[in-house]
Design a protein around this ligand. Structure first.
Ligand SMILES: [Zn+2]
Length: 486
């Protein structure tokens, strides 16, 4: 280019454009680079759980908002969640990547023989940190890595765990509407740079509650499911209004599914074993039985072949694939009802028309999973994953080093756009980690100086040697080129 200019082969306007073009291109490249790195270094992720939203509910009634996420993002058809398929164990698995035996929240109702304490999701016992500290939830890990998190009612998120709460959180209160929870989440993600959260968790109690009360086969569930889709639509709208929809990676999933129960399908333990011989720890359909001292064999023998609609395990016999054995809080005997059956002591207790908690390989126990956002592929359907795989995936998106976990990023990495996710999951989020600005700035300066010199030399030469002006015109006439060499 310089040679061309020196020979006087362009008009001043073309020369100016020739000089500016690379500058403009470099500026745009630099801008793009900065955006790309800002996006990579401050990724946003919102994990939403609709409690008890079974995987096939999306096909039962029109669910346009779920559909739009599926079209714009990814769907996993079959998610194997954690045994037992209950709310607290599975919500903790989602944010730790651990099976219940490892993270320690083994049921909604527990007894810890070492602490000599009981845990119930119905009482304030859940605020005792000791129940939760066998694992580290993702919000603690990201905060230790310098990030920020926000939690709206996620089980365990209002408990101090390893000395920390989420950066922003709501104290659990079932009467706070979904819309209010969403508004808080939007506020937290929209806060000024230094205060904005990177990771959010949002929980809603439905359609679990209706599923228990009505039973999933009830036609009344159609309206409940349509209502959940509307709630998802509300969230999508609010994200769009706040300018967050294209920035935030949104994962919509659940803890478990739901199956229909029948009043004829009840197993009454009082028929087989005296209440004096054991303590009833966890509820149906996987019942935790703590035999009185010295009574383990007696209780087991009375139950093991008592009813064909339940399976009775001594703790050490629980099948390995459940990953539900190695924890003090798992009782010496567990009873697992077959699908659709309810275990009670007798028929005087409350009866539900729908329930979950059964074998996690049953399709009816499995949750929905859809996701969209800058990290996710579009219109992509994956056959299967385990819910524990979600944790390393989220850590990868958030660019933080995962804690030891039972999941595998390799199993689920195909859900992501390879070029839009960080390649170094161990690196904590940092702003503008790499900048091309100094290099580009120096290059622009050199080009500008050279440009100025070219113009200056050309002008001086033309003034001093007017005949060259004439000869430069002749250069464009091939027939006269020979003259130039004379
Ligand atoms: Zn439930």
């Amino acid at each position: 280019m310089l040679g061309f200019l020196l020979r006087g082969g362009c008009s001043p306007l073309v020369c100016l454009w020739a000089l500016l073009l690379p500058l403009v291109s470099l500026h745009r490249l630099n801008q793009h680079g900065r955006r790309g790195h800002a996006g990579m270094n401050r990724p946003k992720l919102l994990l939403l759980s609709f409690d008890g939203f079974r995987w096939d509910y999306v096909d039962r009634v029109p669910t346009p908002n779920f559909r739009s996420i599926m079209n714009e993002g990814v769907t996993v058809e079959q998610v194997e969640n954690a045994y037992i398929t209950k709310t607290f164990p599975n919500h903790y698995s989602l944010v730790t990547g651990l099976y219940a035996e490892t993270h320690g929240i083994v049921a909604n109702e527990m007894y810890d023989p070492v602490l000599n304490r009981s845990f119930s999701m119905e009482t304030d016992s859940i605020y005792d940190s000791r129940w939760w500290e066998e694992a580290v939830p993702l919000w603690v890990t990201i905060q230790k890595a310098g990030g920020r998190s926000g939690a709206a009612m996620w089980p365990g998120s209002d408990v101090r765990i390893h000395g920390m709460y989420p950066t922003q959180f709501l104290q659990y209160n079932a009467s706070i509407s979904f819309e209010t929870r969403v508004e808080r989440i939007i506020e937290w993600f929209s806060a000024p740079n230094e205060e904005a959260v990177d990771f959010g968790v949002l929980y809603w109690e439905e359609p679990d509650e209706s599923g228990h009360n009505l039973g999933p086969q009830s036609p009344l569930m159609d309206e409940v499911i349509a209502g959940i889709d509307e709630k998802l639509g509300f969230l999508i709208n609010e994200l769009k209004k706040a300018g967050l929809y294209e920035k935030v990676n949104l994962i919509v999933t659940s803890d478990h599914g739901m199956t229909q129960l029948f009043t004829d399908n009840i197993i009454e333990l009082d028929e087989y074993v005296s209440r004096d011989l054991y303590t009833w720890v966890d509820k149906s359909p996987v019942v935790g039985i703590l035999p009185k001292e010295g009574k383990l064999e007696e209780v087991y023998n009375k139950l093991v072949d008592a009813n064909p609609n339940m399976v009775v395990y001594k703790k050490e016999e629980i099948p390995k694939h459940f990953h539900y054995q190695h924890n003090n809080r798992i009782m010496p005997i567990i009873i697992e009802a077959k699908e659709g059956w309810t275990v009670m002591q007798n028929r005087t207790g409350p009866f539900m028309l729908g329930n979950h908690g059964y074998d996690n390989t049953l399709r009816s126990m499995q949750p929905v999973f859809v996701a969209r956002g800058p990290a996710f592929r579009q219109n992509y359907v994956k056959t299967s994953m385990r819910s524990v795989d979600l944790y390393p995936l989220m850590c990868h998106i958030l660019s933080i080093r995962p804690m030891p976990n039972n999941g595998s990023l390799l199993n689920v990495k195909d859900l992501l756009y390879p070029e839009l996710v960080p390649t170094t999951p161990s690196t904590p989020p940092r702003v503008n980690q790499y900048s091309y600005a100094p290099v580009v700035g120096s290059f622009i300066s050199v080009v500008m100086v050279l440009g100025f010199l070219v113009f200056y030399i050309r002008q001086v030469t033309l003034k001093q040697l007017p005949s060259l002006k004439h000869r430069s015109r002749e250069m464009s006439q091939p027939l006269l080129q020979e003259d130039l060499h004379l």
